[in-house]
Design a protein around this ligand. Structure first.
Ligand code: URA
Length: 199
């Protein structure tokens, strides 16, 4: 019998916990951080993909539980969605030092895990948070928009074909931008409303 989704996700968790080949593994251990695999409904219709865990996330082993997470929670609430109804993860599953951008080699190392998560959960809608997640997903699924800029594509549903069926990608700005550019809040809120159609 095929393993259920929770069992398959638990396998990914084990693989990442033991990912000694990661350049971020030593940093995780030295700081008593956790890998952040993802959380939510394994049967979720909507999957959110961020960049990489920050300090709070690495301390707790959960995605989007720091300042950017509060913004995300507020946005979810604004359209009547609960965290438990969606699945939330990142491309890179360990915290990069000093919250720097994820590097190309880190994205390459961790992306097979994200690929497996997508294959298991089979979301109908993938919401990318920030330019790294957007670029990765559009490239991964050979979207003609793959070289597009987030400043042009944000809030626009983009149809892609996953091996398991059609998916709508909705690129959004990263919720952390709101923390240092208040004027982006309205844009993000407005973009988020697009999601209501897919709930
Ligand atoms: N930023 C991200 O991209 N992911 C998190 O989990 C937290 C902050």
């Amino acid at each position: 019998m095929a393993k259920d989704r929770l069992a398959q996700l638990a396998e990914i968790e084990r693989d990442i916990e033991n990912l000694k080949s990661s350049p971020l593994y030593k940093y995780r251990k030295e700081n008593k951080f956790h890998a952040v695999i993802g959380e939510g409904d394994p049967h979720a219709k909507i999957m959110f993909i961020g960049e990489a865990p920050g300090r709070q996330e690495a301390l707790k082993g959960r995605p989007f539980v720091g300042a950017a997470g509060k913004v995300l929670d507020g946005l979810l609430e604004s359209i009547g969605l609960d965290r438990q109804d969606v699945y939330i993860t990142n491309i890179v599953k360990d915290r990069p030092p000093e919250n720097r951008d994820p590097q190309r080699d880190e994205i390459a190392l961790y992306s097979p895990f994200l690929r497996r998560q997508i294959e298991i959960i089979k979301p109908k809608v993938i919401v990318t948070l920030g330019r790294f997640a957007m670029a990765f997903i559009l490239e991964e699924f050979h979207s003609p928009q793959k070289d597009g800029k987030i400043s042009e594509l944000h809030g626009q549903p983009i149809p892609i074909k996953a091996p398991y069926g059609p998916v709508t990608v909705i690129p959004l700005f990263h919720p952390a931008v709101v923390l240092y550019r208040r004027e982006q809040k309205e844009i993000l809120k407005e973009d988020f409303r697009v999601l209501r159609e897919y709930i």
